[in-house]
Design a protein around this ligand. Structure first.
Ligand code: PEP
Ligand code: MG
Length: 574
């Protein structure tokens, strides 16, 4: 039976394909009973999983001890190891296999639920929170039992592709699926979650926040993903499929018309040239940048070299990657952001022990806590700077100390390279991202130390409004037009210009055509966005009359009623 379900449109376009259901270790555990003659083998399977998780935790502890000798991570890992020996969890689950003939995963999850319930009754808040450790240990055990998730389906030969259907996808999963899929839909997520950004960068239509879609679908069912309207149509009638195939073709036609703007300078009606840069996640994006003739790379999210793999890239591997991006840019500027790890972008095998990861050890904080990894990246970037117009950008700066420490590390990397007689650009510009309200409000300290600024509106909105950008239950509160957000963006642009410091916007607002005139009216002259958005934004710029827009935007900045702001922004286009 055909039905339509509404979610959040996060990556435009239309995908038509067969569902490939991706499992979620704890939510997807199969329940079945084991024949008496297989109980021994099932117990062995269970014991092997316990042994392998034990080894995994020991490894994690060893690497945590080297990286952060004085941190508490080791103690947390020990706590989880103790749980592996706790009869209330492990022996009781074994008994469920022996006595009730449950399969190992089912036995574990059942026992986990009863242990978690006992924890919930505890008064002491610290102990009560330890239920998260139980869940994490069981998740590891279930993953060990399930083994590798298995290969993706081979590329389909019929006219339809594959649509990934998941409870949630991490950015790493999304990248892993990149070559195989027509689109994806998920139960949870928000429009500026990193997964959504990756989908847009890869040009994969996607709808998130569909709540229980994962449970409503059967494998292989035909689905239409309308990433523009934010809907998924399950088991569509033939006529609907045909209609969508036509719409897909007309979208492709529109896209090819925009391609004619490739070599047109991005000039406003008054002739002011606007810089249009691209956001990339690796060298694989560079051909697309050539295709659309972007003015360079305004944001290279280097952390994507670190995730979706088991080992860290060494200096030479990073150097080759940075060099290939710089070379492919053919003399145009490339802004490499030092790795923004933490929050939803974590290294393989790292344990998520932070209660509030978005407010925790993320971005530059993480880099400074891991100086060895940071220095390796800085050396690789400096070496690549010898081959073109590279500049370094530091994410999530909040305090002068972070700038000073980073500049000291850059100085150290330079010193080492000089001693080793390795070439690099002595004058490599170093800039910072303004993505925390504190940075926008105390911009003086940044202006003094840095060569350029870039406003990361995705995080700036998240942190200004205290709204998790990846959480679909608060997505309606995530408002780029909130007066506080507009004031912070506008004052940052003004202050940077007063200090004659180049400033751009590299968050999703820069690639959203509804905000182009608004940002131009605030004085912005440099935009960085996913390459797929550049030509459409150029089209907006070609129609923009700055003399008319600028005073209107100044009036909008004085408004404080969200509805009136929205209305006035819509009217900017005439
Ligand atoms: C931002 O926060 O706006 C930004 C560009 O960085 P990211 O989306 O990678 O956090
Ligand atoms: Mg950010």
């Amino acid at each position: 039976m055909s039905f339509t379900i509404h979610g959040l449109p996060v990556s435009q376009g239309i995908a038509i394909g067969h569902a490939h259901l991706v499992s979620h270790a704890l939510l997807e555990v199969n329940h079945y009973q084991i024949a008496a003659r297989h109980i021994k083998a099932e117990l062995e399977r269970f014991d092997n999983a316990v042994t392998s998780v034990e080894a995994e935790l020991l490894n994690l502890k060893a690497s945590a001890a080297t990286a952060q000798p004085h941190s508490e991570v080791g103690a947390f890992i020990d706590l989880q190891r103790m749980m592996l020996e706790d009869p209330v969890l492990v022996e009781a689950a074994r008994n469920k296999i022996k006595e009730h003939h449950y399969n190992a995963e089912w036995a574990l999850v059942q026992q986990m639920e009863s242990v978690v319930e006992q924890f919930r009754q505890i008064e002491d808040p610290y102990l009560r929170e330890r239920k998260a450790d139980v869940v994490q240990v069981v998740e590891r055990l279930v993953k060990a039992l399930l083994g590798d998730p298995g290969p993706l389906p081979p590329k389909r030969k019929d006219k339809f592709g594959t649509v990934i259907v998941a409870h949630d996808l991490s950015p790493a999963d999304t990248i892993g699926f990149r070559d195989h899929i027509a689109g994806f839909i998920t139960d949870i997520g928000g429009p500026t979650s990193h997964t959504a950004i990756v989908a847009r960068n890869l040009g994969i239509p996607a709808v998130v926040g569909l709540r229980h879609i994962r449970n409503l679908l059967r494998a292989n069912e035909l689905i239409i993903v309308d990433g523009t309207r934010g809907i998924a149509i399950v088991d569509p009638d033939e006529s609907v499929v045909e209609e969508y195939m036509l719409r897909r073709a007309s979208l492709e036609l529109e896209r090819s018309k925009l391609k004619r703007l490739r070599d047109t300078p991005a000039a406003t009606l008054g002739g002011e040239i606007i810089q249009l840069l691209a956001n990339i996640s690796g060298p694989q994006d560079m051909p697309q940048i050539k295709d659309i003739n972007a003015d360079g790379v305004g944001l290279f999210r280097t952390e994507f070299l670190f995730i979706d793999r088991d080992t860290l890239p060494d200096e030479d591997e990073q150097y080759e990657i940075y060099r290939s991006v710089v070379k492919a840019a053919s003399g145009k500027p490339v802004t490499a952001r030092t790795f923004d790890l933490g929050a939803d972008k974590t290294l393989a095998g790292s344990s998520q022990s932070e209660p509030n990861p978005a407010l925790g050890l993320r971005a530059v904080r993480y880099s400074l806590a891991e100086p060895k990894i940071f220095l390796t990246q800085l050396r690789a970037l400096l070496r690549a700077s010898a081959h073109g117009k590279l500049q370094i950008m530091i994410p999530m700066l909040m305090h002068t100390d972070e700038i000073e420490q980073t500049l000291t590390l850059i100085g150290k990397a330079k010193e080492e390279l000089r001693e080793e007689k390795i070439k690099f650009n002595e004058k490599l510009p170093v800039g910072g991202m303004v993505e925390v309200p504190a940075a926008a409000l105390a911009l003086g300290m940044f202006v003094r130390h840095l060569d350029f600024l870039s406003i990361g509106t995705n995080d700036l909105i998240q942190y200004t409004l205290a709204v998790d950008r990846g959480n679909e239950s608060v997505v309606r509160l995530y408002d780029p037009l909130h007066p506080a957000v507009l004031k912070l963006i506008s004052s940052t642009i003004q202050a940077a210009q007063r200090a004659e410091l180049p400033v751009s916007v590299c968050g999703e607002m820069a690639g959203t055509s509804a905000y182009t005139l608004l940002l131009l009216g605030m004085g912005l002259r440099s935009f960085s966005m996913h390459p797929a958005r550049i030509l459409e934004i150029k089209q907006q710029i070609l129609r923009a009359d700055l003399a008319e827009i600028t005073p209107k935007v100044q009036r909008i900045l004085k408004l404080d009623e969200p509805a009136r702001i929205r209305e006035a922004v819509e009217k900017l286009g005439g």
